[in-house]
Design a protein around this ligand. Structure first.
Ligand code: HEM
Length: 178
Protein backbone atom coordinates (compact mmCIF):
# COMPACT_ATOMS: atom_id res chain seq x y z
CA UNK A 1 0.00 0.00 0.00
CA UNK A 2 1.32 3.40 -0.88
CA UNK A 3 2.05 6.07 1.75
CA UNK A 4 0.00 8.64 -0.16
CA UNK A 5 -3.60 8.36 -1.31
CA UNK A 6 -4.66 7.54 -4.87
CA UNK A 7 -7.82 8.89 -6.58
CA UNK A 8 -9.71 5.80 -5.35
CA UNK A 9 -8.12 4.81 -1.99
CA UNK A 10 -6.59 6.40 1.07
CA UNK A 11 -2.85 5.92 1.61
CA UNK A 12 -1.29 4.22 4.65
CA UNK A 13 -0.60 7.48 6.54
CA UNK A 14 -4.20 8.70 6.14
CA UNK A 15 -5.54 5.26 7.14
CA UNK A 16 -3.31 5.08 10.24
CA UNK A 17 -4.30 8.61 11.34
CA UNK A 18 -7.99 7.83 10.75
CA UNK A 19 -8.11 4.67 12.90
CA UNK A 20 -5.85 6.04 15.69
CA UNK A 21 -8.11 9.11 15.82
CA UNK A 22 -11.23 6.93 15.94
CA UNK A 23 -9.86 4.97 18.93
CA UNK A 24 -8.68 8.14 20.69
CA UNK A 25 -12.09 9.82 20.28
CA UNK A 26 -13.80 6.76 21.72
CA UNK A 27 -11.38 6.85 24.66
CA UNK A 28 -11.97 10.58 25.13
CA UNK A 29 -15.77 10.25 25.17
CA UNK A 30 -15.66 7.33 27.62
CA UNK A 31 -13.06 8.90 29.97
CA UNK A 32 -14.84 12.31 29.85
CA UNK A 33 -18.24 10.86 30.71
CA UNK A 34 -16.75 8.62 33.43
CA UNK A 35 -14.93 11.62 34.95
CA UNK A 36 -18.07 13.77 34.84
CA UNK A 37 -20.00 11.07 36.70
CA UNK A 38 -17.24 10.05 39.16
CA UNK A 39 -18.12 10.78 42.77
CA UNK A 40 -14.67 10.05 44.20
CA UNK A 41 -12.21 12.93 43.55
CA UNK A 42 -9.10 10.70 43.46
CA UNK A 43 -10.68 8.48 40.76
CA UNK A 44 -11.83 11.58 38.85
CA UNK A 45 -8.28 13.01 38.99
CA UNK A 46 -6.79 9.78 37.55
CA UNK A 47 -9.41 9.74 34.77
CA UNK A 48 -8.82 13.41 33.97
CA UNK A 49 -5.04 12.94 33.81
CA UNK A 50 -5.53 10.25 31.16
CA UNK A 51 -8.19 12.40 29.46
CA UNK A 52 -5.84 15.41 29.29
CA UNK A 53 -2.84 13.45 27.99
CA UNK A 54 -4.87 11.55 25.37
CA UNK A 55 -6.65 14.79 24.42
CA UNK A 56 -3.32 16.57 23.87
CA UNK A 57 -2.12 13.74 21.61
CA UNK A 58 -5.42 13.81 19.73
CA UNK A 59 -5.08 17.58 19.23
CA UNK A 60 -1.53 17.19 17.88
CA UNK A 61 -2.62 14.33 15.61
CA UNK A 62 -5.50 16.41 14.25
CA UNK A 63 -3.17 19.33 13.45
CA UNK A 64 -0.77 16.88 11.75
CA UNK A 65 -3.73 15.46 9.82
CA UNK A 66 -4.72 18.90 8.56
CA UNK A 67 -1.10 19.65 7.57
CA UNK A 68 -0.93 16.25 5.83
CA UNK A 69 -4.02 17.00 3.71
CA UNK A 70 -3.12 20.61 3.01
CA UNK A 71 0.47 20.09 1.93
CA UNK A 72 1.42 16.45 1.49
CA UNK A 73 -1.46 14.37 0.17
CA UNK A 74 -4.63 14.67 -1.88
CA UNK A 75 -7.95 13.12 -0.86
CA UNK A 76 -9.44 10.39 -3.04
CA UNK A 77 -12.44 11.51 -5.12
CA UNK A 78 -15.90 11.16 -3.55
CA UNK A 79 -17.35 7.66 -4.01
CA UNK A 80 -19.18 7.26 -7.33
CA UNK A 81 -22.93 7.85 -7.46
CA UNK A 82 -23.24 10.38 -4.60
CA UNK A 83 -25.82 13.12 -5.11
CA UNK A 84 -24.63 16.70 -4.61
CA UNK A 85 -26.52 16.82 -1.33
CA UNK A 86 -24.90 13.61 -0.07
CA UNK A 87 -21.42 14.83 -1.07
CA UNK A 88 -22.05 18.15 0.68
CA UNK A 89 -23.31 16.40 3.83
CA UNK A 90 -20.21 14.15 3.87
CA UNK A 91 -17.87 17.14 3.59
CA UNK A 92 -19.73 19.10 6.28
CA UNK A 93 -19.45 16.12 8.65
CA UNK A 94 -15.73 15.57 7.86
CA UNK A 95 -14.71 19.22 8.35
CA UNK A 96 -17.12 19.48 11.29
CA UNK A 97 -15.29 16.60 12.99
CA UNK A 98 -11.92 18.36 12.64
CA UNK A 99 -13.35 21.63 14.01
CA UNK A 100 -15.16 19.96 16.91
CA UNK A 101 -12.05 17.97 17.94
CA UNK A 102 -9.87 21.10 17.98
CA UNK A 103 -12.44 23.15 19.92
CA UNK A 104 -12.97 20.25 22.37
CA UNK A 105 -9.23 20.12 23.08
CA UNK A 106 -8.97 23.92 23.51
CA UNK A 107 -12.08 24.20 25.68
CA UNK A 108 -10.86 21.28 27.82
CA UNK A 109 -7.54 23.00 28.49
CA UNK A 110 -9.26 26.37 29.04
CA UNK A 111 -11.56 24.73 31.62
CA UNK A 112 -8.65 23.13 33.46
CA UNK A 113 -6.53 26.32 33.46
CA UNK A 114 -9.37 28.71 34.41
CA UNK A 115 -10.37 26.53 37.37
CA UNK A 116 -6.75 26.07 38.47
CA UNK A 117 -7.09 22.27 38.12
CA UNK A 118 -3.91 22.21 36.02
CA UNK A 119 -2.02 22.39 39.33
CA UNK A 120 -3.80 19.23 40.48
CA UNK A 121 -3.62 17.40 37.12
CA UNK A 122 -0.02 18.18 36.28
CA UNK A 123 1.34 19.10 39.73
CA UNK A 124 0.70 17.98 43.29
CA UNK A 125 -1.84 20.59 44.46
CA UNK A 126 -4.26 19.06 46.99
CA UNK A 127 -7.81 17.91 46.29
CA UNK A 128 -10.77 18.64 46.15
CA UNK A 129 -11.13 19.28 42.44
CA UNK A 130 -12.98 22.47 41.47
CA UNK A 131 -16.51 22.58 40.07
CA UNK A 132 -15.73 22.55 36.34
CA UNK A 133 -19.29 23.61 35.54
CA UNK A 134 -18.47 27.12 36.80
CA UNK A 135 -15.94 27.71 33.97
CA UNK A 136 -17.64 29.10 30.80
CA UNK A 137 -15.50 26.97 28.41
CA UNK A 138 -16.93 23.85 30.05
CA UNK A 139 -20.37 24.76 28.68
CA UNK A 140 -18.81 24.66 25.18
CA UNK A 141 -17.04 21.38 26.05
CA UNK A 142 -20.28 19.72 27.20
CA UNK A 143 -22.36 20.94 24.22
CA UNK A 144 -19.70 19.96 21.67
CA UNK A 145 -19.40 16.50 23.23
CA UNK A 146 -23.05 15.96 22.18
CA UNK A 147 -22.42 17.53 18.74
CA UNK A 148 -19.43 15.20 18.32
CA UNK A 149 -21.57 12.17 19.14
CA UNK A 150 -24.20 13.33 16.57
CA UNK A 151 -21.51 13.83 13.90
CA UNK A 152 -20.04 10.39 14.65
CA UNK A 153 -23.46 8.76 14.34
CA UNK A 154 -23.87 10.44 10.91
CA UNK A 155 -20.33 9.51 9.84
CA UNK A 156 -20.48 5.87 10.97
CA UNK A 157 -24.09 5.49 9.76
CA UNK A 158 -23.12 6.72 6.27
CA UNK A 159 -20.11 4.36 6.12
CA UNK A 160 -22.29 1.38 7.14
CA UNK A 161 -24.99 2.37 4.64
CA UNK A 162 -22.41 2.41 1.84
CA UNK A 163 -20.91 -0.90 2.95
CA UNK A 164 -24.05 -2.94 3.62
CA UNK A 165 -26.92 -1.26 1.71
CA UNK A 166 -25.19 0.21 -1.32
CA UNK A 167 -22.54 -2.54 -1.20
CA UNK A 168 -19.92 -0.35 -2.85
CA UNK A 169 -17.06 -1.57 -0.57
CA UNK A 170 -16.43 1.96 0.70
CA UNK A 171 -14.61 0.70 3.81
CA UNK A 172 -11.91 -0.87 1.60
CA UNK A 173 -10.84 2.70 0.76
CA UNK A 174 -10.07 3.10 4.48
CA UNK A 175 -8.16 -0.20 4.73
CA UNK A 176 -10.99 -2.54 5.84
CA UNK A 177 -11.65 -5.47 3.51
CA UNK A 178 -11.00 -5.55 -0.22
C1 HEM B 1 -11.56 15.60 21.40
C2 HEM B 1 -11.18 15.82 22.63
C3 HEM B 1 -12.08 15.66 23.82
C4 HEM B 1 -13.27 14.98 23.95
C5 HEM B 1 -14.02 14.17 22.89
C6 HEM B 1 -13.71 15.17 25.33
C7 HEM B 1 -14.88 14.64 25.86
C8 HEM B 1 -15.39 14.94 27.09
C9 HEM B 1 -16.69 14.54 27.57
C10 HEM B 1 -17.70 13.69 26.80
C11 HEM B 1 -16.85 15.03 28.83
C12 HEM B 1 -18.10 14.95 29.71
C13 HEM B 1 -18.93 16.19 29.42
C14 HEM B 1 -20.23 16.28 30.17
O1 HEM B 1 -20.54 15.43 30.96
O2 HEM B 1 -20.98 17.24 29.92
C15 HEM B 1 -15.64 15.73 29.18
C16 HEM B 1 -15.38 16.36 30.39
C17 HEM B 1 -14.20 17.02 30.71
N1 HEM B 1 -13.11 17.19 29.90
FE1 HEM B 1 -12.94 16.58 27.95
N2 HEM B 1 -12.80 15.95 26.00
C18 HEM B 1 -11.78 16.27 25.13
C19 HEM B 1 -10.62 16.98 25.43
C20 HEM B 1 -10.28 17.45 26.69
C21 HEM B 1 -9.00 18.05 27.06
C22 HEM B 1 -7.79 18.21 26.12
C23 HEM B 1 -9.10 18.41 28.36
C24 HEM B 1 -8.09 19.12 29.23
C25 HEM B 1 -6.99 18.83 29.54
C26 HEM B 1 -10.43 18.05 28.84
C27 HEM B 1 -10.90 18.28 30.11
C28 HEM B 1 -12.16 17.92 30.58
C29 HEM B 1 -12.66 18.23 31.90
C30 HEM B 1 -11.94 18.99 33.01
C31 HEM B 1 -13.94 17.65 31.99
C32 HEM B 1 -14.89 17.72 33.21
C33 HEM B 1 -14.95 16.43 33.95
C34 HEM B 1 -15.88 16.61 35.14
O3 HEM B 1 -16.96 17.17 35.01
O4 HEM B 1 -15.49 16.17 36.18
N3 HEM B 1 -11.11 17.46 27.80
N4 HEM B 1 -14.77 15.67 28.10
Amino acid sequence: MSIKSSPTRYGSVAIAIHWITALAILGMLISGLLAANATDDAAKLTLLRGHAVMGSLLGVLTVLRIVWWLFLDRRPADPAGLSRGQALAAHVVHYGLYAVILIMVSSGFATVILTGANLQLFGAAPLPLPDFGLAPPFTVHGILARVLIALLIGHIGAALWHQFVKRDHLLARMGVGR
